[in-house]
Design a protein around this ligand. Structure first.
Ligand code: CTP
Ligand code: ZN
Length: 158
């Protein structure tokens, strides 16, 4: 093999999809956070496959998420860079990968994370979208300036 995954058979743990988005090279343990941050909980009816702790050359172990019938946009997936910086996005049509990209760090993230500060205007029932500035390490609330450096996944949604 050429420096990708060690054994193609490993990929058969999660079958190929016809059309949709494959989020590959997710840090092991982050697959459920990836779905949460994308707001995918199965209620939309889309078929979702998840592989956790799948062997990978590059990462040792990785998680992988496949969402069928939906092409996620770059903006939608860029928020994943906060919890899965090495993730790659593959758009699949007719069983072929037609587009491949990496997640990119956005400068701000709106409406996805909620501020941990109970006194923050964004959490006090005001009809405002949460907004965080993305720092080199962590995120800063645009309303109260609270900085969160670790466990950003715990701020996902409510
Ligand atoms: N994939 C899929 N269904 C398809 C085609 C691809 O689920 N119809 C998945 C593959 O299993 C893989 C990812 O999409 O996890 C990327 O596919 P591909 O580019 O063919 O694999 P690699 O070359 O190994 O990708 P990379 O170089 O990004 O590791
Ligand atoms: Zn705040």
């Amino acid at each position: 093999m050429n420096g990708t995954d060690p054994d193609p058979d490993q990929e058969l743990r999660v079958s190929k999809i016809r059309d949709g988005t494959v989020i590959d090279h997710i840090a092991a343990g982050q697959a459920l956070n990836v779905l949460a941050i994308l707001g995918i909980d199965g209620s939309g009816g889309e078929t979702v496959s998840i592989g956790m702790n799948v062997p990978s050359d590059r990462l040792g172990r990785k998680d992988i998420v496949k969402v069928e019938g939906r092409e996620l946009s770059q903006d939608e997936v860029d928020v994943l860079s906060l919890i899965a910086p090495a993730a790659s996005i593959n758009i699949v049509r007719g069983f072929e990968v037609v587009e491949k990209s990496r997640v990119e760090r956005p400068t701000t993230v709106s409406g996805v994370l909620s501020c941990p500060n109970a006194n923050c205007i964004s959490t006090e029932g005001e009809p405002v979208d949460s907004r965080f500035e993305v720092l080199d390490e962590g995120v800063r609330c645009g309303y109260c300036d609270t900085i969160v450096r670790e466990d950003i996944a715990e701020l996902i949604g409510v």
